[in-house]
Design a binder for this molecule. Sequence first.
Ligand code: ADP
Length: 161
Amino acid sequence: MKAIYAGSFDPVTLGHLDIIKRAAKIFDTIVVAVLENPNKNCLFTVEERKKHLEIVTSDIKNVEVASFQGLLADFAKEIEADVAIRGLRNAVDFACEQQMHLINGRLNKNIETVFLAADESHISLSSSAVKEVAVFGGNIDFMVPKEIIGFVQEKYMKRGV
Ligand code: ADP
């Protein structure tokens, strides 16, 4: 079975990577799909985010990295995915994800959503938290995969913040 795990991944966190690794043990293929959202002001370009995901998943054989615009339901249909993976950190995530699941179900009846509960050590992690800490030069070692730390720091150095 083919699964899609979509998100902004701006940047990819240890929480995202944990979900990818666990999903890769359950499904034959995982397509990690970076959402190209022109309305969202992202720190990294889509190409950079794809590169980061490729680096951190290079040792997982059944993971592919892609990007898409528009609806997840449409992209899932295009790549013939059977399942959409979502990570759940807390009740707020659950409420959002439940709504999305219901809407996606109406848009693409062939896709089933599978939720994976976040690991205890990743519950407080989010891409926005990484950016909030990194902007002030704080330690992000426990938030993002080690290969990604330098990319985040470099971005803020270039911005001169
Ligand atoms: P979005 O643009 O939808 O916020 P994200 O890249 O932040 O995308 O998240 C993509 C998916 O990963 C969502 O299902 C989200 O709930 C899940 N996720 C985000 N952070 C974590 C985490 N720390 N642990 C587990 N799942 C997470």
